[in-house]
Design a protein around this ligand. Structure first.
Ligand SMILES: C[S@@+](CC[C@H](N)C(=O)[O-])C[C@H]1O[C@@H](n2cnc3c(N)ncnc32)[C@H](O)[C@@H]1O
Length: 251
């Protein structure tokens, strides 16, 4: 497979989608409501923000400022354009940086938020890499893939293994929260709408469109097929797995 070819198709799918991972405004709002009130001038960090649908939702739920970090500049350009249209300039700032080496002074954020992106560095490492940037008493909210049952079907485990990322159970993730020295306030499972209407439906429509130009190229067609398979796998196994938000505090 020619990596550079498929990489451009990958971004042709995701740059045009409202979200780059499973999520929905209702979940962002419900999870945010589980936090105690933040200061009026709260400083918030959104890690792996993508084109920032949840960043703009967060801006609507708070009065503070949000530093939105991603390492793909076109996503940040889309976020800047949409923030401008929504009159949010001055509230949302974008930073092109690696989530593994955040370019901030320690101890400055009231809230660190990350939807569907911590898997890139891994849940355990992500918590320990980002925790130093919280103020004492500050909050961290992340969503990640999790098993909802202790023994998921073998076929599903193998599917994840092929993708190179095997989820943990919610209890195992909870242990990692404790190990990172964070206090778990609550957990929240992303509802099905966050997978289907808000993520897979627009993604599948975009894939149909891209098949017209890329379907004849085997490597590109295989990439498109892999996303269709992902959506089907979610539908088939949704009672065993999903995304769970962990709402945490630095004591
Ligand atoms: C699955 S998407 C989630 C995006 C967004 N939070 C959402 O829910 O729609 C993961 C994001 O992490 C970004 N990303 C990948 N590797 C990264 C890294 N090393 N540092 C910063 N961002 C990264 C990608 O560009 C992408 O926007």
């Amino acid at each position: 497979m020619r990596y550079h070819d498929t990489r451009s198709v990958f971004y042709q799918i995701f740059e045009s989608l409202p979200r780059q991972g499973p999520g929905c405004a209702g979940a962002t709002k419900n999870v945010f409501s589980l936090l105690p009130p933040l200061p009026d001038d709260a400083k918030i960090l959104d890690v792996g923000c993508g084109s920032g649908t949840q960043t703009r939702d967060l801006a609507g739920l708070t009065t503070g400022t949000i530093m939105a970090v991603d390492n793909h500049q076109p996503f940040l350009d889309i976020l800047n354009a949409r923030s401008g249209e929504a009159g949010l300039q001055g509230r949302i700032w974008t930073v092109n940086a690696s989530m593994a080496a955040l370019p901030f002074e320690p101890g400055q954020f009231d809230l660190i938020w990350s939807e569907g992106a911590i898997f890139i560095v891994g849940f355990e490492l992500g918590l320990s890499l980002w925790k130093p940037f919280l103020k004492k008493g500050g909050y961290m909210v992340v969503s990640d893939a999790a098993w909802f049952v202790p023994n998921p079907p073998q076929e599903l485990m193998e599917w994840w293994e092929k993708k190179g990322y095997v989820p943990k159970t919610e209890d195992q993730l909870r242990e990692q929260v404790d190990k990172a020295g964070l206090r778990l306030i609550a957990k929240y499972r992303l509802p099905e709408a966050g997978w289907w209407e808000n993520y897979h439906v627009p993604m599948l429509a975009r894939i149909d469109e891209l098949r017209k130009t890329h379907g004849a190229d085997p490597a590109r067609a295989a990439l498109l097929d892999s996303f269709v398979e992902e959506a089907k796998t979610y539908q088939k196994y949704k009672r065993y797995q999903g995304y769970t938000f962990f709402i945490m505090q630095l004591p």
